[in-house]
Design a binder for this molecule. Structure first.
Ligand SMILES: *Cc1c(COP(=O)(O)O)cnc(C)c1O
Length: 352
């Protein structure tokens, strides 16, 4: 019966997931696996968020608040901005934005190499996807991007970029916003780890959306909460296009409490900054400059998969960058984990 499946899903492979630490532990008989492949915060969620989730669990006989008021209020308290949308992870936000804006056959332009879900999700909407490669140093040439993005319905740029780690400056983003007719979705999944603040751009530009996630700095990857800063005109249409009650009440309560716990976030950010520097200083391969909680490493003369295999044998799970279209096959991506995980990683990679 597979002839029933849409051709866009047959053309491209799906989302690439990291290998499970449990499988590797079983295969090599190692008891402590360092899990550095998914850019997660290794610390558990903050006690305040746990308490809020437990309380919310008592109310799950009722549907969640369809307006997500508790989460919206937490966002407005935390940020100097008023208009937000929420979703099942930022992935859910991305999908709903495409569903809200993109007609089948319309153009979506994506700056690559980058996170694969933009293209998967845009194609699911029937969009024509055009990719624009970054420069040799992985910076974005705004003029080159604008040439392909000018008439696109949505343009997607990730900053700091997954998997390369570098951020794109405010002036470049401003130039892109002024050069395109459609909307720029700026994925800020890792912006908390950088020194850049794109929020002031929201004041002047009606075509900017900043995508955010609770999965990384806030330790809530398993609860699936994302949100975005939007211009004023977007939320009512997004609500019409989106799945009703998408974010569940437990996730919403935890996210609202997590946003209010600055200590938890600040502690992890300081930890990331310390270790990002140690990775750069102590790893014998070329570590690319990063504004995120991970680094991309050029492991030539090894291939991506060879290095991932070598590290798995030493009890370290990192991400092969082979599946990132537009990237040569000699990069891996590793996030900052707990101290012992990072030590195990540095020792492991330097021994290959
Ligand atoms: C992790 C990540 C996301 C989204 O994660 P969710 O868990 O769906 O919120 C979005 N964009 C990039 C670049 C990411 O790395």
């Amino acid at each position: 019966m597979e002839f029933l499946v849409r051709s866009c899903y047959k053309k491209q492979g799906g989302y690439a997931f990291a290998r499970k630490a449990d499988d590797i532990a079983r295969e090599y008989g190692i008891d402590r696996i360092a899990r550095l492949a998914s850019n997660e915060n290794p610390e558990p969620l903050s006690p305040a968020a746990l308490k809020a989730a437990e309380d919310a669990l008592r109310t799950v006989n009722r549907y969640p608040d369809e307006k997500a008021n508790v989460l919206m209020q937490a966002l407005r308290n935390h940020y100097p901005h008023e208009h937000f949308v929420t979703g099942v992870g930022m992935d859910g936000v991305i999908e709903t934005i495409f569903r809200t804006l993109v007609e089948p056959g319309e153009k979506v332009t994506i700056s690559t190499p980058t996170f694969s879900f933009y293209a998967l999700s845009a194609m699911g909407q029937g969009a024509g996807v055009v990719t624009v490669p970054r420069e040799a140093d992985f910076s974005v040439d705004p003029k080159k991007l604008i040439r392909e993005a000018k008439d696109a319905k949505v343009t997607v740029l990730c900053s700091p970029n997954n998997p390369t780690g570098n951020a794109t400056g405010i002036d470049t983003i401003r130039e892109i916003l002024e050069g395109i007719e459609g909307l720029l979705f700026l994925d800020n999944a890792y912006v908390e780890f950088s020194d850049i603040d794109y929020i002031p751009l929201m004041k002047k530009h009606e075509n900017l959306v900043l995508g955010r996630t609770m999965s990384k700095v806030y330790s809530l990857a398993g609860l699936r909460v994302g949100y975005a800063f939007t211009p004023r005109w977007l939320p009512p249409w997004y609500a019409r296009a989106g799945t009703p009650f998408a974010v569940n009440s437990v996730s919403m309560a935890a996210a609202a409490a997590a946003l209010a716990d600055n200590d938890h976030a600040d502690r992890y950010i300081a930890h990331v900054r310390r270790w990002r520097k140690r990775f750069a200083d102590e790893i014998k391969y070329s570590v690319l400059p990063s504004d995120a909680n991970f680094v991309m490493i050029d492991v030539a003369p090894h291939t991506s998969d060879e290095m991932v295999g070598e590290l798995a044998r030493k009890g370290v799970v990192v991400r092969s960058c082979r599946s990132f279209a537009g990237l040569e096959d000699h990069y891996i991506r590793a996030n900052v984990g707990e101290d012992w995980e990072n030590e195990q990683f540095i020792a492991g990679i330097n021994a290959v």
